[in-house]
Design a protein around this ligand. Structure first.
Ligand SMILES: [Zn+2]
Length: 991
C-alpha cells in the first residue's frame, strides 16, 4: 500500500529511447502519488503504460483487443486455453501449476465484451517477474492443443461415458460456466441490454459464449482467432507499482523479441445513433412452482457519449451518481416510491467497459404490463429535473463521494493496480488518452469550478444525453417457469438430432475420443515440464509475520483498539456490539436490524435527508454480522458491527451520524421499511446462482458449529426463506417486525456490549477518539451481557432446488480451530486438494467450472465444493475418494514446497488500511495473538511430507463419518441423484 505523499522522481523523459522502447509521455499525478509513463515498443508497436508509485504490490497485465464476430465464445475459450501451456512450458495446465507455488497476490484472466486481459501481481520482485515471464510466454506462444480446446471449449460424450447407446451430451468447462451465467437473472438482464443497445457492433455478440452457439466453434476457428489478435502489435501492457520503469523495459525487450510489427484490424466500431427509441423483451428461468407475479425487471438504457470523450464521460458518471447513487437520488426515489416494482434493478448505473458508454436504470420485482408506466415515470422525472434543477446538497454529496473514493486506498479482493487498470482501459482501448481518467481528485476540482461558473451544468447534461437522445432501449425481462424445462427439452432434441444420423462406428469414435481425452487429462505432466516453471523456495520466504500496529485502550469505560496507520486522510470507526446472548427467536432478525438502522431516518430526519447527510459527510455507513470460534475451539463470539468512514475534516459529523442512527433511529416509516425488506429479499435471491457453492457450504456446515449455524441463519437459505416470509405478507407482519427490532435495539445498543475499533494516522486518531467519546456518552447503559444458549441446530443432508442449468455440490465436516496442532497441516491440505485432486477430477475431468476445498479454522469447518457443476452423484463420489486420496498418498517434497509457498502467499495477501484495522479486531475476538500467528506460520514453513500425511490420516478418517452434504441444483437433477444415492437428500425449495 502507498505510504508516502509524493510521486516518484521521473527517471525517463519523453523522447528517450531505452531497450528498443520510445518514451512518448511522462506525467506526474501528485494527487495520486503516481508518475505515469506512456511508451511504445518500436519494433512491434506494442503499447506500454507504467504507473510508477511506492506500492510494493506490483501488477503486470497484458491485454488485447478481441471484438467477437459471433457468440461462440471464442475470446473466452481462448482466455482459458492459452494459459494451459506453451512450447517453453509444455504443461497441460500451466495456470494451475503456476498458481500452486507462488506468492502471487493476484493471478487471473478476464474476457470483456471487446478485450481480453491477463493480470498477475506479487509483492515479491523475483516472484513478480517469474509470473510475468510465464504469463507473457503463455499468451504469446501457447500450444493450443486440440485436447485443451475440447476440455475448455466443448466435446461430445455420453451420459454414461462407456456406453454409446446412452444420451449424447456436450461437455466443456466454458460451456458449463456459461450455462451457469445463463441461469442468473442479473447476467441475462445485462446481456439483453448490451446486445440490443449496440445491435450493429461487436457488442451484439456474447464474448463469453452462448451455450447454444459454443458448439459451432471449430478448432481451426479457435486457432485462427489467436493468430489474428494475440500479437504484440495488438497488445496493451499495463504496469503498476514500485519497480523502476527501466527494469520493466529490459524484461519486456526480452519477452517481445522475435515479433515484427503487423497490421491488425481490431478496432471496435461505434454504433450509429438511432433516430428513435427501441424496445426488447426477454425471459429468465424461475422454479416450476414459483409465482411469476412481481418478478419482472424493467430497465431503460441509453447509449451515451464515446468513452474517449473523457469530459462528457466523467460528467455523465457524476450525473448518474446524482440521479441514483444514494437513497436521496431523485430518479431512484421516484422509482422506489412509485410502487411499480420492488427495488432498483441491479444493472442500474453507468457502464464504461464499452466503446460508447451506457446508462441503465429500472426496477426489479415489477410486472410486464407496468413496463410503459416505468418508462414514462423515468422520462417525466428526468424532464422535471431538467426544468427545475437539482438540490445543491445532492450534487455536493455526489462530488464528495467521488472525492472520497478517489482518495481512499482500497484493496478488496483485487489489487489497487487493477482498479487503475480498469480506468485506463476505458480510454486507452479506444485510442484515447490513457491518463484521462486517472486523476480523479484533479478532475473533480475542474468539474466543481465548471459547475460554480455554470449552475445549470447538470440540467444540461440531462437534457442533452437523456431527454434529447433518441438512442434509448426499453428492456423487459420476464420470469418464465417453463424456461428451464424448455431449454432442457431443446437441448435433448438437439443432441438426439445430432446423434440420430451417426453410424455405430461414428458413435464408437466419439466414445474413443472422449476416452482419449480422459486419458490425456489423467496423465501427469512430465517432470521436466514442471521443472521448467520458475519457482520460489521455502528458504527464501520470510519467517516473520506482518504485524498490525495495535494499542488496546478504553474510551471512557468502553474497550477500544487503536491502529495508527497511514490512511491518506481517511478515518475508520468500527462499533462491534456483542450479540452472543440474543434470544434464539430474535437472531434471524439481526441482518434486518442492520439494514434498516443504516437506511432509515434518524434524529428527526427522514430517510432521504439522512441519505443526503451520509453522502455529504461520510464515505459510507455499513453493518456486518460476524461469528467465530475462539482459537481454542471452546468458546464462540458473535458481533453486530457498524462501520463508518470519513475524511478527517468530517470525522465529528460522521460519528454524529452513526450516533444518531444508534440512539435516535426511527423505524416508523412503513413504506421505507417495506422497500428495504424487498431490496434485501431480492438481493439474496439474485445471489444464489452466482454464488451457489457458498450457499451450499452454508447449508452443509450449519449443523456442525455455532458460527457456521449463524452464517446460514444470517446469510444463507434460512435467511432467504425468512425474508420471503416477511416480504410476502408485509402488511400482516410489519407490526411484529417493528416490535422485534425495537426490542433488539434496546437490548443491543448499550455501552456494555460495545467494543470500539479505530483506524487512522495520529491526527485522525485524535479526532476519532474525541468523537467516539461523545458517542459512548450518549449510549444507554443496561446491565451486563448474559450467557449464550446453544441453538437447536438442524442437521441432515439437503437438496435445494434452484432454477439453474447446473449444480453446486458441498460436503462439510467439523474441523479444528487455530490452536489445534492439526490446523496448520489442514490449511496446506485444503490448498493441495483445491489445486490438485479436486481441481483435476471436478473441473478438468468433470467439466465443472470449479472444484475446491475450503478450510476455515475461525468457524471450525472443512468443506469440499463444486461450482457450476454438471454432476451431483459423480461429484459426491469424487469427494468420498478424496478421503482415500489424502489418507493414502504421501505428497512429494516438491509438491509440498509449492503447497507451503501457496499457503503462505494466501496468508500474506496484502490488505488496505481499513481491512488491516478490521482484521486486527477479528483476531482479537478470536484470541489469536501475533505470537500465535508466528507459531502457526512456522508450523506451515516447517511441514514435512510425513507430518502432513500423518495429520491427514488423523483428521480425515474421522471427518468422513460426520460429513454433511448439501446440493443446490435443478429439481430434476436432484430427483435423479436421489435415485442412486444411498443417503437421500432431503428436498427443499427456496420458496
Ligand atoms: Zn471462464
Amino acid at each position: 500500500m502507498a505510504s508516502q505523499k509524493k510521486c516518484p522522481v521521473p527517471t525517463l523523459a519523453a523522447g528517450d529511447n531505452r531497450h528498443g522502447f520510445r518514451i512518448l509521455r511522462v506525467e506526474q499525478i501528485q494527487e495520486m502519488r503516481i508518475t505515469a509513463y506512456e511508451m511504445e515498443h518500436e519494433k512491434t508497436g506494442a503499447r506500454i503504460l507504467h504507473l510508477h508509485c511506492d506500492d510494493r504490490e506490483n501488477l503486470y497485465a497484458i491485454g488485447f483487443r478481441t471484438p467477437p464476430t459471433d457468440s461462440t465464445g471464442v475470446p473466452h475459450i481462448l482466455e482459458h486455453s492459452v494459459l494451459a501451456g506453451s512450447e517453453r512450458y509444455p504443461l497441460k495446465d500451466a495456470f494451475n501449476e503456476l498458481q500452486k507455488g507462488t506468492l502471487q497476490t493476484f493471478i487471473n484472466a478476464f474476457t470483456y465484451p471487446d478485450k481480453t486481459v491477463y493480470p498477475v501481481a506479487s509483492q515479491v520482485k523475483t516472484d513478480f517477474f517469474n509470473l510475468a515471464r510465464v504469463y507473457t510466454d503463455l499468451v504469446l506462444h501457447p500450444r493450443l492443443l486440440k485436447e485443451t480446446f475440447f476440455q475448455e471449449g466443448h466435446h461430445l460424450t455420453f451420459s454414461n461415458p462407456d456406453d454409446p447407446t446412452s444420451e449424447l451430451t456436450i461437455s466443456g468447462i466454458v460451456f458449463n460456466e456459461m450455462k451457469g451465467a445463463y441461469s442468473s437473472p442479473d447476467s441475462l438482464m445485462y446481456k439483453i441490454i448490451q446486445e440490443n443497445l449496440y445491435p450493429d457492433t461487436a457488442y451484439a455478440f456474447d464474448s463469453g459464449g452462448s451455450p447454444d452457439d459454443i458448439l459451432m466453434l471449430t478448432y481451426e476457428g479457435f486457432k485462427a482467432f489467436h493468430r489474428a489478435y494475440y500479437s504484440p502489435s495488438n497488445a496493451r501492457i499495463f504496469l503498476y507499482g514500485d519497480i523502476p520503469t527501466e527494469e520493466h523495459l529490459a524484461f519486456l525487450k526480452e519477452m517481445l523479441a522475435g515479433f515484427d510489427r503487423i497490421e491488425i484490424d481490431s478496432a471496435v466500431s461505434s454504433q450509429a445513433r438511432w433516430k428513435k427509441p427501441s424496445s426488447i423483451h426477454g425471459t429468465y428461468p424461475i422454479g416450476k412452482e414459483e409465482n411469476p407475479g412481481k418478478k419482472t425487471a424493467v430497465n431503460v438504457a441509453w447509449m451515451l457519449a464515446e468513452n474517449t470523450d473523457d469530459e462528457a464521460a466523467i460528467l455523465l458518471q457524476i450525473t448518474s451518481g446524482i440521479l441514483i447513487g444514494s437513497a436521496a437520488g431523485p430518479l431512484r426515489k421516484a422509482l422506489i416510491d412509485s410502487g411499480l416494482g420492488e427495488d432498483l434493478s441491479p444493472v442500474s448505473g453507468i457502464e464504461r467497459d464499452l466503446k460508447q458508454i451506457a446508462f441503465v436504470v429500472g426496477l426489479r420485482g415489477s410486472d410486464p404490463e407496468k413496463a410503459s408506466q416505468v418508462e414514462t415515470l423515468i422520462l417525466d422525472t428526468l424532464k422535471n429535473l431538467a426544468e427545475s434543477g437539482f438540490d445543491r446538497e445532492l450534487i455536493e454529496g455526489t462530488l464528495h463521494q467521488v472525492e472520497f473514493h478517489g482518495k481512499e486506498i482500497v484493496r478488496g479482493t483485487y489489487p489497487y493496480g487493477i482498479v487503475l487498470m480498469g480506468r485506463v482501459f476505458h480510454t486507452w482501448l479506444y485510442d484515447g488518452d490513457p491518463f484521462a481518467g486517472l486523476n480523479f481528485p484533479g478532475i473533480i476540482e475542474k468539474i466543481r469550478k465548471k459547475w460554480d461558473a455554470h449552475p445549470g451544468l447538470f440540467q444540461e447534461i440531462v437534457r442533452k444525453w437523456f431527454l434529447d437522445n433518441p438512442h434509448r432501449l426499453l428492456s423487459v425481462l420476464e420470469p418464465d417457469s417453463a424456461y428451464q424445462s424448455e431449454q432442457e427439452e431443446a437441448y435433448r432434441q438437439k443432441m438426439a438430432a445430432i446423434k440420430a444420423p451417426l453410424s455405430g462406428e461414428e458413435l464408437e469414435k466419439i466414445r474413443r475420443d472422449a476416452e482419449a481425452l480422459k486419458t490425456f487429462q489423467s496423465e501427469p505432466d512430465k517432470p521436466e515440464a514442471i521443472a521448467a516453471l520458475p519457482k520460489l523456495q521455502v528458504m527464501n520466504i520470510s519467517r516473520d509475520i506482518e504485524r498490525i500496529p495495535t494499542v488496546k485502550t478504553a474510551i471512557l469505560e468502553t474497550p477500544a483498539m487503536v491502529h495508527d496507520l497511514f490512511t491518506n486522510g481517511i478515518a475508520y470507526l468500527d462499533l462491534a456490539f456483542d450479540i452472543s446472548d440474543i434470544p434464539e427467536e430474535l437472531q434471524i432478525y439481526l441482518p434486518l436490524l442492520g439494514k434498516l438502522m443504516t437506511n432509515m431516518g434518524a434524529a428527526g430526519l427522514d430517510y432521504e435527508e439522512m441519505a443526503k447527510r451520509i453522502a455529504l459527510k461520510t464515505g459510507g455507513v455499513g453493518y456486518h454480522l460476524s461469528a467465530g470460534m475462539a482459537k481454542d475451539g471452546k468458546k464462540t463470539w458473535q458481533r453486530l458491527i457498524f462501520r463508518a468512514k470519513a475524511l478527517y475534516r468530517n470525522v465529528g459529523d460522521a460519528v454524529n451520524i452513526i450516533s444518531d442512527i444508534l440512539n435516535a433511529g426511527n423505524l416508523s416509516d412503513e413504506t421505507r421499511m417495506r422497500d428495504l425488506v424487498y431490496e434485501r429479499k431480492n438481493g439474496l435471491h439474485a445471489a444464489v446462482v452466482p454464488s451457489g457453492h457458498i450457499f451450499a457450504r452454508r447449508a452443509a456446515g450449519a449443523s456442525l458449529s455455532i458460527p457456521a449455524y449463524r452464517d446460514e441463519q444470517w446469510h444463507g437459505r434460512t435467511q432467504l426463506k425468512f425474508m420471503n416470509h416477511v416480504s410476502g405478507q408485509f402488511e400482516k407482519n410489519k407490526t411484529e417486525i417493528r416490535e422485534k427490532l425495537d426490542r433488539l435495539r434496546k437490548m443491543i445498543f448499550t455501552k456494555e456490549r460495545l467494543y470500539l475499533n479505530l483506524t487512522a494516522d495520529g491526527d485522525g486518531l485524535s479526532l476519532l477518539s474525541d468523537a467516539a467519546a461523545e458517542l459512548v456518552r450518549r449510549l444507554t447503559s443496561r446491565g451486563s451481557v448474559g450467557n449464550q444458549g446453544i441453538p437447536d441446530m438442524f442437521s441432515g443432508h439437503v437438496g435445494v432446488t434452484i432454477p439453474a442449468q447446473v449444480a453446486y455440490v458441498a460436503m462439510a465436516f467439523p474441523a479444528p480451530t487455530y490452536a489445534d496442532p492439526l490446523s496448520a497441516p489442514l490449511l496446506i491440505l485444503s490448498r493441495q486438494l483445491s489445486s490438485g485432486y479436486l481441481y483435476r477430477l471436478i473441473r478438468v475431468q468433470g467439466g465443472a467450472y470449479g472444484g475446491m476445498s475450503q478450510y476455515d479454522p475461525a468457524s471450525g469447518i472443512f468443506a469440499f465444493l463444486s461450482y457450476r457443476d454438471p454432476h451431483i452423484v459423480k461429484t459426491l463420489d469424487v469427494y468420498h475418494e478424496a478421503f482415500d486420496f489424502v489418507t493414502g498418498n504421501r505428497i512429494s517434497p516438491d509438491e509440498l514446497e509449492k503447497a507451503i509457498i501457496g499457503t503462505i502467499g494466501a496468508l500474506d495477501r496484502p490488505m488496505d488500511p481499513s481491512s488491516r484495522g478490521y482484521v486486527a479486531m477479528m483476531r482479537d475476538f478470536m484470541g489469536f495473538s501475533d505470537e500465535d500467528r508466528l507459531n502457526f506460520r512456522s508450523k506451515i514453513l516447517d511441514m514435512t511430507p510425513e507430518s502432513l500425511h500423518e495429520a491427514a490420516r488423523d483428521y480425515f478418517t474421522e471427518a468422513e463419518k460426520s460429513a454433511v452434504v448439501a446440493v443446490y441444483a435443478p429439481d430434476e437433477s436432484l430427483r435423479k441423484a436421489n435415485e442412486t444415492l444411498n443417503v437421500k437428500l432431503q428436498m427443499e425449495s427456496l420458496a
